[in-house]
Ligand binder design. Structure first.
Ligand code: 1OR
Length: 289
């Protein structure tokens, strides 16, 4: 039967797959917990099954430390329910809270990816249900995509003026969420009047920016090139796209959806707003605040 099979360790090349038997209800909860998490996005069916099989359910209470800074990396965690705070202590200074996690959040990948000590302490602030993935399964299935993407975007993101003030780890998280999209000469990337659902950074190539006024007259705005970004206004203000952006020759952009834009670019939102004032009127500007 299926369940008997799934309890027997499967020999695949040089290692034994971790299989922790689960009810359908648990599998359903894992699916909900990892849905929308970029680290799991490009798994094929077999990889997905291996990940679900290997996950262990872990319940923690408020105040409990799930990860201790400096400790050895054993598990990667996904949050099903609850909330946790993350603390970092640097240069012998007292630990400061740097971020927090709620449902669908994930943490603990760094020590597993880089064979490094835990970079932060993660403490539950509520009763939590977590799914823990062992180091071997994490490295075998989730690490390749993650480190490939981080490597791919790392050098580029360091050069994007908007993002220089971020911590390296914050840029890592942006890399996880980026998707590259390519356009041919004259392709329309975003269209004036459309509802905006993504933010763009130019990886290579150039783009034209055109606005059409109320009399139907087109105005050519200053163009965009590598490292420039666009598409932020509609995400900041929920207003339709204010300009059309068109590829000028081959154009490659890294895009971020609306939700990750809000979550990951929070620390630079003030810079984005300040820059936006270059092309907004006063009354539009105050609507961004
Ligand atoms: P880990 O395996 O090192 C602690 O165990 C986890 O906390 C770590 O993986 C990350 O998943 C998570 N710097 C380092 N790790 C962080 C950070 C962080 N935030 C969450 N983790 N910084 C905060 C960035 C908003 C940088 C602080 C200087």
């Amino acid at each position: 039967s299926v369940s008997a099979e799934s309890m027997a360790p499967t020999l695949d090349k040089d290692f034994v797959k971790v299989v922790i038997p689960k009810t359908d209800e648990q599998k359903q909860r894992i699916e909900t917990s990892i849905r929308g998490n970029f680290l799991f996005k490009s798994l094929d069916d077999d990889q997905y099954i291996d990940v679900v099989n290997a996950m262990a359910e872990k319940r923690v209470s408020p105040g409990e430390e799930v990860i201790k800074q400096g400790g050895i990396g054993d598990y990667f965690y996904v949050v099903e329910t609850g909330a946790l705070d993350v603390f970092v202590s640097r240069g012998g200074q007292p630990a400061v809270k740097v971020t927090d996690y709620g449902p669908n959040g994930s943490f603990g990948e760094l020590a597993l990816m880089y064979n490094a000590p835990r970079a932060a302490t993660v403490t539950a602030t509520q009763d939590c249900v977590l799914w823990a993935l062992d180091r071997v399964t994490f490295r075998r299935i989730l690490m390749e995509n993650t480190s490939r993407k981080r490597r791919m975007y790392e050098a580029f993101l360091e050069e994007v003026p908007l993002l220089v003030s971020l911590e390296p780890y914050e840029r890592h998280k942006i890399s996880d969420a980026l998707e590259s999209v390519s356009y041919n000469d004259n392709d329309v990337v975003i269209k004036q009047g459309d509802v905006g659902d993504a933010f763009y950074i130019i990886e290579s190539g150039e783009a034209r920016v055109v606005t059409t006024d109320e009399n139907g007259i087109e105005h050519e705005m200053p163009g965009l090139q590598k490292g420039d970004y666009f598409g932020e206004l509609a995400l900041l203000s929920d207003k339709p796209r204010r300009a059309t952006v068109i590829a000028k020759g081959r154009l490659k952009c890294a895009t971020l959806g609306k939700k990750p834009f809000v979550r990951l670019l929070g620390p630079v939102v003030d810079i984005i707003k300040r820059n936006a004032s270059n092309y907004l009127t006063y009354s539009e500007r105050i609507h961004l605040d």
